[in-house]
Design a protein around this ligand. Structure first.
Ligand SMILES: Cc1cc2nc3c(=O)[nH]c(=O)nc-3n(C[C@H](O)[C@H](O)[C@H](O)COP(=O)(O)OP(=O)(O)OC[C@H]3O[C@@H](n4cnc5c(N)ncnc54)[C@H](O)[C@@H]3O)c2cc1C
Length: 308
C-alpha cells in the first residue's frame, strides 16, 4: 500500500498544483528551526490553484494545514501526514484613501505584516504600528488575533475575505467575527485569503518614530539572536506568563537543545540542535513546575501539529 510522500505526489500530480516540495523538513521553514517532514509543502500562488489543491486533497481524504510564515507553529518530529499550504505567493498589498481622510489597506494573506506596516507608514496612516516586529503574515496575524502593547489585530480590521469549508469565497465584516485572546472563531477549515485594515490619518514622522521605538524595545527585551516562536504561553489576566516562569527560577532551564530564554522567560529558544520533542518536553516541564507551585495552568500560544 502506498502512503505518505508517494501517495500525495500521485494525488497532486493530477492537477496543476504549482511548486510542491515532497518530504520537506519543516525545520527548514519554521522560525523555531524544528519540525519533522511534511508529506508535501505546496507554495500557493493564487486562489484558483489553492481551490484546486484543496478539492483534490479533500476528495482523497488527505489533511492540509494553512501556513503563513510558520512563526507560531511547531510540527512534531514525526512530521505531518498531509500537505502544508504555504500562502506566501498571495502577497499583494495596496492602499486607498477613504472619504473621512482615513485609509484602507488591502493585503493578501501571505503578505508579511512588516510590508503592510511599511506601506501604511509611507502613506501616513496610523493604527498598525503595534504590529511592528511581529514576524508573521497577514493570514497568521488574523487567525491568531496577533497583538502587542494592549492592541490586537481585531482593532484595525475592517473585513476579511475567506475560503469556507466548501471552497466558496466569502467576505466577512469584522463585527461578524468573534475574537478572543490570540484566537478567532473561524471554523477549522476556513482559509484567510485577504483582509482590509481601516486606519486613520496620522503624522508620518510620529508613526515612523513609534515603529522604531517598538523595534528597539523588542531588540532589547526579546532573544532575537536565537530561533523562537515568540511567546510560547498565553498570558493570564494581570499575570504575564513570563513573570510566573521567571519567579519560579526557570530561566535558562534546558531540555536537549531547547532553553527557556535567559532574556525573556516566556520565550523558548532553539539554542543549537533542538528537536521539536525538546521544545515540547521543555513546555511540559515548565507547565508542571508552574502548576505545582502556583496552581496556574499555562496554556500554549504556539500551535502544535503533526503525528505522535
Ligand atoms: C520573535 C517573535 C516575536 C513575536 N511576537 C509576537 C507578538 O508580539 N504578538 C503576537 O501576537 N505574536 C507574536 N509572535 C508570534 C507570531 O509571529 C504570530 O502569532 C503571527 O501572527 C503568526 O503568523 P504566521 O504567518 O507566522 O502564522 P503561522 O505560524 O504560519 O500560523 C499560525 C496559525 O495561523 C494559521 N494560519 C496562518 N495563515 C493562515 C491563513 N491564510 N488562513 C487560515 N489560517 C492561517 C495557521 O494554520 C496556524 O494555526 C512572535 C513570533 C516571533 C518568532
Amino acid at each position: 500500500m502506498m502512503g505518505g510522500k508517494n501517495e500525495i505526489k500521485e494525488i497532486l500530480g493530477g492537477i496543476d498544483a504549482g511548486k510542491v516540495l515532497y518530504d520537506e523538513p519543516m525545520s527548514l521553514h519554521a522560525s523555531l528551526a524544528v519540525g519533522g517532514k511534511a508529506d508535501a509543502m505546496v507554495f500557493i500562488e493564487n486562489e484558483n490553484q489553492l481551490v484546486a489543491v484543496i478539492r483534490r486533497l479533500k476528495e482523497n481524504k488527505k489533511k492540509y494545514f494553512a501556513a503563513g510564515n510558520l512563526t507560531n507553529v511547531i510540527v512534531k518530529d514525526s512530521g505531518y501526514r498531509g500537505a502544508i499550504l504555504l500562502m506566501n505567493g498571495l502577497k499583494e498589498v495596496s492602499c486607498e484613501k477613504t472619504n473621512d481622510d482615513g485609509g484602507l489597506i488591502f493585503a493578501q494573506a501571505g503578505a508579511r505584516l512588516a510590508e503592510v506596516i511599511e506601506l501604511s507608514a509611507a502613506e501616513g496612516f496610523t493604527g498598525l504600528e503595534f504590529c511592528s516586529g511581529i514576524p508573521g503574515s497577514v493570514g497568521g496575524a488574523i487567525w491568531m488575533n496577533a497583538g502587542a502593547y494592549g492592541r490586537e489585530i481585531k482593532d484595525v480590521l475592517e473585513e476579511v475575505y475567506i475560503l469556507d469549508a466548501t471552497c466558496n469565497g466569502k467576505t466577512i465584516k469584522r463585527k461578524e467575527i468573534s475574537f478572543r485572546y490570540r484566537k478567532t472563531d473561524f471554523a477549522e477549515s476556513t482559509i484567510v485569503l485577504s483582509a482590509k485594515f481601516k486606519l486613520k490619518r496620522g503624522n508620518q514622522l510620529k508613526i515612523k518614530e513609534r515603529i522604531n521605538e517598538i523595534l528597539q524595545w523588542r531588540q532589547e527585551k526579546h532573544p532575537l539572536d536565537f530561533p523562537s516562536a515568540g511567546s510560547i504561553f498565553k498570558n493570564l489576566p494581570g499575570q504575564p506568563a513570563g513573570k510566573l516562569i521567571e519567579e519560579r527560577g526557570l530561566k535558562g532551564m534546558t531540555v536537549g537543545g531547547a532553553q527557556v530564554s535567559l532574556k525573556h522567560a516566556n520565550f523558548i529558544v532553539n539554542s543549537g540542535k533542538a528537536k521539536a520533542s525538546d521544545i515540547l518536553n521543555l513546555i511540559k516541564l515548565v507547565q508542571s513546575k508552574v502548576e505545582k507551585e502556583t496552581g496556574v495552568n499555562l496554556e500554549t500560544e504556539v500551535v502544535i501539529i503533526g503525528e505522535d
